[in-house]
Design a protein around this ligand. Structure first.
Ligand code: ATP
Length: 500
């Protein structure tokens, strides 16, 4: 191609163009030809003034594989696909909402909403071997692992062993969520404030400890239990009964002191060494209004959490996040992904007792991720890549919209107990709020049907939390799904306080 010719390459799957311009930063003027690259086919519109600038851009663009299929992963997909650096996004196994993002979400609730989308595909992958083969075949530059289960099973280790950059912790680091006894040991070693506890392999020893401590007291099964492994016992009998129910032969029980206060979540990105603040949120775990009834995976969330003031944020970073990252590295299991810190904040207490850690998770929360992604103004993908490549120190800090975001979970009748699958959901295209799919599928007639317990996350953003809440509930009302239900009081606690 002659030096003076324009280099126009159009991605066959999207409308994006790449323009290399050696002259002024405009599409007119002399153009510089560059070496062909397979990734040029989907490059973002760009006016590069030099071949070097262009090569830098080409080096930064990525084919991304996102593992997971829930609302959290839909929100991640929505955000990643807006990145100028994303050439292709593959979601494994994904959900139908991810394929319909421009139509479902274009501009809704976002004044400066998404302007571009990388082509997104859904891929039926589940086994580690299939994922590894897919990454090689499709020239994947970054794997983002959404849920905890594949991390606990060692997916990130297997990918790293083959040289693929991964946003997600190795198996040994994922124990911070996979084993509550391990998390407690790490906290003790790091000097992180948390409830006093004991770990027991023998249920009788756990019962003796409970009798000695008295109620209220908290009994926890050591491993992953999807929200069903914790009993907050108000009486001694309840606590002793919980030991019988939660103990499985060969497994450990953690018994810990009952903490009072308000719960909040805080998120940091960690690349092994560096710790980057990633915001706060609060969720509603109980199924019923007024935070009553059974525990669920989460019925709604909002960000920021008013109780996490700037001063508390600093304390969380300095007294919890950084010591944990250092201790994990010193133990030979560095964190390389997101750390979700579940906190109990007791405003009646002072000093180290005020902010205590309830739990760690090694992934974004679901539904906290949905609200974080809505409120995040800057590009997510360079941060995920910086974590995966150990370059977080060079990454720009995330920029947040000066707004509040909320999400309301539309769940299947019966959840968190048993529920029916297959009911059809209509009205999604009329919904004024953003809809992240969590438990849906498409039937043969092309209709969206409910297949999970938590089915949709109806999400909105507004300068005032109360307005975001109103928009999300207008969104819920627009959806025609008689078999679904949602709580009508999401963010009640924050709305009693000054809005962010
Ligand atoms: P699972 O392992 O079943 O998925 P989880 O990881 O969600 O459970 P935690 O976050 O440790 O478990 O506990 C669940 C809930 O129990 C917390 O959100 C909190 O409401 C309550 N809880 C846990 N520990 C304490 C404590 N020490 N004091 C008071 N409440 C607690």
């Amino acid at each position: 191609m002659a030096e003076s010719d324009a280099l126009w390459q159009c991605d066959p799957f999207s409308w994006r163009w790449l323009v290399a311009n050696q002259g002024a930063n405009t599409k007119a003027g002399p153009f510089k030809a560059v070496a062909p690259s397979p990734k040029l086919t989907a490059a973002e519109a760009l006016c590069a003034r030099s071949a070097q600038e262009l090569q830098g851009f080409i080096a930064s663009i990525m084919n991304v594989l996102l593992i997971g299929s829930g609302g959290r992963e839909h929100a991640l997909a929505w955000k990643i696909a807006q990145s100028a650096q994303c050439t292709r996004l593959y979601c494994a196994p994904g959900n139908p909402g991810m394929l319909d993002m421009p139509a479902v979400m274009g501009g809704k609730g976002l004044a400066d909403g998404p302007t571009s989308f990388a082509p997104v595909s859904q891929i039926a992958l589940s086994e580690q071997a299939e994922i590894l083969a897919f990454c090689s075949e499709q020239d994947i530059d970054l794997v983002v692992v959404g849920p905890e289960q594949p991390l606990v099973e060692g997916l990130a280790d297997a990918l790293r062993a083959q040289g693929f950059p991964v946003f997600g912790h190795d198996q040994a680091a994922a124990e911070l969520e996979g084993s509550k006894a391990f998390a407690k040991d790490v906290m003790a070693e790091a000097g992180v404030p948390t409830a006093a506890y004991g770990s027991f392999d023998d249920p009788e020893a756990a019962k003796a400890f409970i009798r000695q401590q008295g109620a209220p007291i908290v009994v926890k099964a050591d491993g992953l239990a999807a929200g069903k492994g914790v009993v907050v016992a108000e009486s001694l009998d309840q606590a002793l009964d919980a030991v019988d129910r939660l103990h499985k032969p060969g497994e450990t029980l953690v018994v810990e002191a009952f903490l009072t206060g308000e719960e909040a979540s805080y998120f940091v990105l960690v690349d092994g060494d560096e710790v980057l603040a990633f915001g706060s949120a609060q969720d509603h775990k109980r199924v019923g209004e007024g935070d009553t009834g059974e525990n669920t995976g989460g019925m709604g969330a909002y960000t920021p959490a008013p109780i996490v003031s700037d001063a508390r944020e600093q304390a969380i970073l300095e007294t919890i996040a950084k010591p944990i990252a250092r201790t994990m590295k010193a133990r030979g299991c560095p964190l390389r992904g997101v750390l979700f810190i579940g906190l109990m904040i007791d405003e009646t207490k002072a000093g180290a007792e005020q902010i205590q850690v309830l739990e760690f998770n090694v992934r974004f929360g679901d539904p906290e991720c949905q609200v974080l992604m809505l409120r995040l103004q800057s590009d997510l993908l360079p941060l995920l890549a910086a974590v995966a490549n150990g370059k977080l120190a060079d990454a720009p800090a995330p920029q947040w919209r000066d707004e509040a975001a909320i999400t309301v979970i539309f769940a299947n009748q019966g959840y968190p107990g048993s529920y029916e699958k297959g009911s059809t959901i209509a009205g999604l295209s009329d919904c004024p709020a953003l809809v992240f799919h969590a438990g849906t599928a498409e039937n043969e007639a092309g209709q969206i049907i409910a297949t999970g317990g938590r089915v949709l996350a109806i999400s909105a953003l507004s300068p005032q939390l109360a307005d975001a809440q109103a928009l999300a509930y207008r969104g819920c009302a627009a959806i025609d799904w008689p078999q679904g239900f949602y709580r009508r009081d999401i963010a009640w606690r924050a709305l009693k306080q000054p809005s962010p």
